[in-house]
Design a protein around this ligand. Structure first.
Ligand code: 3PG
Length: 215
């Protein structure tokens, strides 16, 4: 399901997870991500200005902008209205997932268990967010899940950083990793756009060195 979206995820390999308190900084933030060669963003609804940030970033037209921490239909609809191209949920919300499927809106439901995976698979979703990745058992858990769920692709998020990105991306079931380290709130508050661009470029460089499975 959603092959074009999954293809783009696989291309970028890293998804910056953003919590931007001050939506008036969204333009600069988008510019920094583009300058760093990482034109993709998961803008989380854990802060107030999320819809405004999505709108500003999506208006550029050259950034793949999605909404994260989508926990209810109201947020999902606000994200869609703001121009989000995809939704990400921290846990499996049947109402949000079913609505997204009705809308033909790409969605990565968050799962940390076989139960969540079964719920996703029942709906034809074979790519999910693995959250919270490190706290839920890390790569060891993904390795265990790969046995029965070898056809599922994961986007791990939660505890991914520059130091472990390559290890996660090397695992064949991992299509992309999400993380906030390159857009840490303190960088955004301080307007450290050059640093955001540098960290983004660093992540892109690490991802580009990871071998494709079977290559
Ligand atoms: C998320 O919302 O996906 C995570 O909270 C991001 O996790 P991180 O801050 O550990 O990267």
């Amino acid at each position: 399901m959603f092959p074009q979206f999954i293809e783009q995820l696989a291309l970028h390999k890293v998804v910056p997870v953003i919590a931007l308190e001050d939506a008036s900084r969204a333009k600069d933030l988008a510019g920094a991500l583009v300058a760093g060669g990482l034109p993709v963003a998961e803008v989380t609804f854990r802060v107030k200005g999320a819809a405004q940030t999505i709108e500003t970033m999506a208006q550029r037209g050259d950034v793949l902008v999605g909404a994260g921490t989508v926990r209810n239909l109201e947020q999902a609809k606000a994200a869609q209205g703001a121009g989000a191209s995809f939704l990400v949920t921290p846990g499996f919300s049947s109402s949000v997932v079913d609505w997204a499927l009705e809308q033909d809106m790409p969605i990565l439901p968050g799962i940390d268990s076989t139960l969540g995976l079964e719920m996703a698979l029942e709906r034809g979703l074979k790519t999910v967010k693995f959250f919270p990745a490190t706290a839920s058992g890390g790569l060891a858990k993904l390795k265990a899940l790969k046995g029965p769920y070898g056809d599922v692709q994961f986007c791990p998020t939660g505890g991914i950083c520059v130091g472990n990105l390559a290890e996660w991306l090397t695992f064949p079931s991992v299509v992309a990793c999400g993380g906030s380290w390159l857009v840490a709130p303190k960088l955004l508050e301080a307007g450290e756009w050059e640093e955001v661009a540098r960290l983004s470029a660093e992540a892109v460089s690490i991802a580009s060195q990871v071998k494709e499975p079977n290559s």
